[in-house]
Design a protein around this ligand. Structure first.
Ligand SMILES: Cc1cc2nc3c(=O)[nH]c(=O)nc-3n(C[C@H](O)[C@H](O)[C@H](O)COP(=O)(O)OP(=O)(O)OC[C@H]3O[C@@H](n4cnc5c(N)ncnc54)[C@H](O)[C@@H]3O)c2cc1C
Length: 514
């Protein structure tokens, strides 16, 4: 029997971060990943010979403090691009480009308003930033460190000044539509500016609650949340994380699915004793940290027999349905988007906020949108190694594609929907169809199967106001510890939620070490 302090389930980026922080503090850590490749939803996959990509492609949410703490640049992380601009594609060809602090827009009033909007977001994102990087206090907690977290949050907001603090409280739960209507006039621009608040969630522009909070969370990563692509693509980050883990002494086993978390019970309650692998091997450890999503962790790996009924019900009721489908195209050459010198930014196809809203309406009822909305990227422009020379990879995150299609997903439905998406792309990039060497559409159900994530959700479970902060994923497991002694969570289903930030992984490790 190997003496080990901790087993980490899942080698997504959060599992790797958690493992490395623990190992750097002297723990003996074994990480087991079900897939062959490390990285989870940020893992590299080859979808056509010579054409590679990963679901997560742009780095925006990871704080500089984590990159420095794990010394990721020394382990080979290189951010090869300048920040990627957001491009609001217009059906008329009058596209607009949004950079960190400036807008190349169509309306004078919008160009003037944009720096004020960006400054407002930066100010509020800065005030909230420390809270994504620490454990949220337990509801009703009275311990000194919990009270200090509350106190610091209050102080941070108070330090904004009275006027800004009131404005923050007003803005934080506004629907994105109301916020954008206050600042801007142009419909295409407003639709594009919604994207980063909504991507991956079950929300639309008119939805109240947490969209603005998600946007502020995303803007608190390195360089104010500007999107960049690592050298060689997101795999560049994953390789650096793997090297950091190995150097810290983590034992990594891939192609190694965990079948169950081993739990023993006595009069003192339930505690974990290790994991059983799919091949029947048992790995022993009194501490297991799962970066699998909460439903996988508790319902599949632990099992309801070891959990209280009320807790099991809360986990079962988590909203987990993915709303994002992914399109991959292998292209024989760079497509030409009419009206753009180069398609090198993040291109948003959503002509109005209502188009987004209508797509959401359809998805709510299990239907496909008539007019799909999407974020298009050509990552091979920034990471040439992911496609053969002169050829390109195009990806599209298509929002509001239901996991549970009412009429059921069939190969014919998939082909028909891909044809609608291709029509949309063809409208903006005439001739793109002729460049396609291979294509694939991954529905949320496909993502669930390939990446072992319940219902294929971008954040493992919806970052809704009732599943956020000290209630993420639910209040008995929101401080990374769970009702089973020795079992912790460290993935996107924990505070502060998904995206490639590493915050859940690092926060969980710090909580374990505290
Ligand atoms: C289409 C799409 C595009 C996205 N684009 C971006 C983007 O550009 N930038 C960004 O920041 N974020 C993006 N995201 C979100 C981001 O990818 C995720 O939020 C993030 O990768 C979650 O990381 P994680 O480590 O918590 O979990 P995961 O990446 O899901 O990793 C969990 C790991 O656990 C493993 N696992 C599960 N069960 C078991 C088991 N029983 N035994 C062993 N291993 C197991 C899985 O195989 C997986 O490797 C995107 C998501 C989607 C769906």
């Amino acid at each position: 029997m190997t003496a080990r302090d901790t087993i980490i389930i899942g080698g997504g980026h959060n599992g790797l971060v958690c493992a490395t922080v623990l190992a750097k503090s002297g723990q003996k850590v074994t990480l087991v990943e079900a897939n062959q490749a490390l990285g989870g939803m940020a893992a590299e996959c080859e979808f056509h010979p010579g054409f590679k990509t990963s679901l997560a492609q742009t780095l925006y949410a990871m704080p500089q403090s984590l990159i420095s703490e794990l010394d990721l640049c020394a382990h080979g992380l290189e951010i090869s691009t300048e920040s990627l601009p957001l491009v609001a594609l217009s059906p008329s060809g009058a596209h607009q480009t949004v950079a960190a602090r400036s807008l190349n827009g169509n309306k004078e009033s919008d160009i003037k308003a944009y720096p004020q909007y960006a400054a407002m977001l930066s100010k509020f994102a800065g005030a909230l930033a420390p809270f994504w990087e620490r454990t949220m206090p337990r509801v009703g907690a009275t311990g000194l460190s919990d009270l200090m977290t509350f106190g610091k949050l209050g102080l941070k907001l108070r330090m904004l000044g009275k006027q800004d603090m009131l404005e923050f409280l007003r803005v934080a739960t506004l629907p994105m539509r109301d916020l954008l209507d206050e600042y801007f006039e142009d419909d295409v621009l407003k639709a594009a500016l919604c994207w980063d608040a909504l991507a991956g969630s079950q929300l639309a522009p008119r939805s109240p609650n947490q969209a603005v909070l998600t946007l502020l969370n995303r803007r608190s990563g390195k360089d104010g949340g500007q999107h960049a692509i690592p050298k060689d693509g997101m795999v560049g980050l994953i390789r650096a994380l793997e090297r950091a883990a190995i150097q810290a002494g983590v034992t990594i086993r891939t192609d190694c699915p965990v079948r169950s978390v081993q739990v023993a019970g006595d009069e003192n309650g339930q505690r974990c004793t290790g994991v059983e692998l799919a091949n029947g091997e048992i790995l022993y450890s009194e501490r297991v940290v799962s970066s699998a999503d909460p439903q996988t962790t508790f319902l599949k790996l632990v099992g309801a027999a070891h959990l209280e009924v009320e807790f099991t019900n809360r986990i079962r009721r988590l909203r987990t349905k993915g709303y994002v489908a992914r399109v991959h195209l292998a292209l024989s050459a760079l497509p030409r988007f009419e009206g753009l010198d180069s398609p090198s930014g993040r291109l948003i196809i959503a002509p109005t906020m209502d188009t987004i809203e209508f797509a959401w309406d359809a998805a709510k009822y299990g239907e496909l949108p008539d007019e799909p909305v999407m974020e298009v990227l050509i990552p091979s422009l920034h990471a040439p190694s992911i496609a053969p020379q002169g050829q390109h990879v195009l990806t599209a995150n298509v929002m509001y594609v239901p996991h549970d299609l009412k009429s059921g997903w069939t190969p014919e439905k998939r082909d028909a929907f891909l044809a609608i998406i291709m029509d949309k792309l063809e409208a903006y990039a005439p001739g793109i169809r002729d460049l396609v060497l291979a294509s694939e559409l991954l529905t949320p159900a496909d993502l669930a199967a390939q990446y072992h994530v319940t219902d294929g959700h971008w954040h493992h479970c919806e970052p809704a106001i009732d599943q956020l902060l000290m209630m993420r994923p639910t209040y008995e497991a929101a401080q990374y510890a769970t009702p089973i002694t020795g079992l912790y969570l460290c993935g996107a289903g924990c505070h502060p939620a998904g995206d490639v930030s590493g915050n859940p992984g690092r926060n969980a490790a710090k909580e374990i070490l505290s």
